[in-house]
Ligand binder design. Structure first.
Ligand SMILES: *Cc1c(COP(=O)(O)O)cnc(C)c1O
Length: 387
């Protein structure tokens, strides 16, 4: 879809990466260097990520999806095992559980944080449970103290799906610097990007070595000509071109996060109008210390609005404003329904899945852009309220 030609203001997408000229120049140099796939830039990127994560081992991959699948394999999770996770996430989070032959066990969300409701996790644990995959939706961190207390009590592994929370903290510590496995994504829409890519934070060198094997056909090299293969790996390595993009992004992380926080604050101010206060529009948790504000998501007041979410999105689009849906409830996708889930299983995730709406938020935006979105949303909601 293209922007309406009558609109004087440029189209405002819901997100947009910020890549500086030095990074573009750096990528040119990598392309000219003769070494464009995994090499020195991947090593340098991993070293910087490890430094960021307090010295823990980190390996880079070509997606944030494969990092989670590989973490499950390293943990020995497969057929006959259950993994507890949230139904409100990108479908990758539970697809990886199916991929390794295990069974996802969904637990409903807390409608306020929109993250896995840890108070409901214990009731879902069975003798087959091996792991929990929590998701920090929109960058708001899941309570790590409570999460790891549960994991410890029931002897479970944790694979933190921190795809959206690079730059977030919990109790003053960076996400990635503590805990069990931590998976990051550097997809183009994430807070820092390698275009496509991801990283896995591991607990020790033995796990890191396994991660390297799973990353590239199970191959272990030694000396000039030594090669051994002991397990079935895949093709998950990051290119040096992509790693160079990541190296150019990392120094901007704090500035990106600060800018996102300032824009989120502006949303809270500008959405706090008399009309919206009574409209039933749900705002996210106002966390300005821990969240990296990967997204600013509202939940539309379904019962008080004559419009469906798609109509709201169409009207925003007509006003030159992009928006997104992150995400429909996973258990209601056809694949998951065939596996036995049905409407009514997780009411909070289903309500959010139908009504959640991602508004524009990215570092290059201005307060004036936020004002434009707030004004448009207010007028759409005010004009279409149930009498
Ligand atoms: C982006 C994302 C992923 C997957 O990352 P890719 O790099 O696209 O494979 C997984 N989980 C969540 C919550 C995400 O937002």
């Amino acid at each position: 879809m293209s922007a309406p030609s009558t609109n004087a203001l440029p189209y405002l997408p819901f997100t947009r990466p910020t890549i500086d000229d030095a990074t573009i120049q750096g990528v040119t140099e990598v392309l000219r260097s003769g070494w464009i796939t995994s090499g020195p830039n991947v090593k340098a990127f991993e070293a910087k990520l490890s430094e960021y994560c307090g010295g823990r081992p980190v390996r880079a991959f070509n997606s944030g999806t494969c990092t989670m699948e590989i973490a499950l394999r390293i943990a020995g999770i497969g057929a006959g095992h259950e993994v507890i996770t949230t139904p409100l996430s990108w479908v990758a989070t539970s697809n990886v559980v199916l991929d390794v032959g295990a069974k996802p066990v969904f637990v409903d969300i807390d409608p306020v944080t929109r993250n896995l409701d840890l108070a409901r996790v214990e009731a879902a644990i069975t003798p087959a449970t091996r792991a929990i995959i929590p998701v920090d939706l929109a960058g708001l961190p899941v309570d790590r103290d409570r999460l790891y207390a549960l994991a410890k009590k029931h002897n479970l592994r944790v694979i933190e799906d921190a795809a959206q929370s690079f730059g977030s903290t919990w109790a003053g510590r960076r996400i990635g610097s503590c805990g069990d496995f931590v998976s990051f994504s550097f997809h183009a829409n994430k807070n820092i990007t390698t275009i496509e890519g991801g990283a896995l934070v591991l607990n020790n060198e033995a796990e890191a070595k396994l991660a390297e094997q799973y990353r590239l056909q199970g191959v272990v090299r030694s000396g000039y000509d030594g090669m051994e293969v002991e397990l079935v790996g895949g093709k998950f390595n990051l290119t040096d071109v992509a790693a160079r993009v990541g190296l150019g992004q990392l120094p901007h992380l704090d500035e990106f996060t600060a800018q996102r926080r300032a824009l989120a604050r502006a949303y809270f101010e500008l959405l706090d109008t008399p009309a919206l206060r009574v409209s039933g529009l749900q705002l996210p948790v106002a966390d300005f210390t821990q969240s990296n504000w990967h997204m600013f998501q509202v939940v539309l007041p379904e019962a008080k609005l004559q419009l469906k979410r798609a109509d709201v999105m169409a009207q925003l689009h007509a006003a030159g404003i992009g928006s997104g849906v992150h995400y429909p409830a996973i258990h209601l996708f056809a694949l998951y329904r065939r596996l036995g889930w049905k409407p009514g299983d997780f009411p909070h995730a289903e309500y959010a899945g139908r009504n959640i709406l991602t508004l524009p938020l990215f570092p290059a935006m201005t307060r004036a852009d936020v004002a434009r979105v707030a004004t448009a949303l207010e007028s759409i909601i005010s004009a279409n309220r149930v009498a």
